[in-house]
Design a protein. Structure first.
Length: 110
């Protein structure tokens, strides 16, 4: 390992608040090549997106119920739900794009 590589590893470990040893073990032994703190951050992000998506799905169901019963929508309600779906989808795409590539020989999610 070069001095530059060691410096990069030390900087990454410091940024994650773990030792170099912990970073190397986690990075080597985890399937996605993510350290434990990175995995926790990823799961937190995905759980947050799942909650947002659930809330938007609930809003869309409420809109459909009103429309199916002959009711009228408040101005901007459908557009607001649609924009929320676009924002959540963009954030999910960004999270997925930030993941390391799938190991060779394994199918990717896309």
């Amino acid at each position: 390992m070069t001095e530059e590589q060691l410096a990069q590893i030390q900087a990454r470990a410091a940024g994650l608040g773990v030792s170099v040893s912990r970073l190397m073990v986690d990075s080597t032994l985890t399937p996605a090549g993510l350290s434990l703190p990175e995995q926790h951050a990823l799961w937190s992000e995905l759980e947050g997106l799942a909650r947002l998506l659930s809330a938007v799905g609930n809003n869309v169901n409420q809109i459909a119920k009103v429309l199916n019963s002959g009711g009228a929508m408040r101005p901007g309600e459908v557009a607001g739900a649609s924009e929320a779906v676009v924002r959540i989808t963009a954030r999910l795409d960004a999270v997925l794009d930030s993941l390391p590539a799938a190991p060779s020989g394994k199918a990717s999610a896309s």
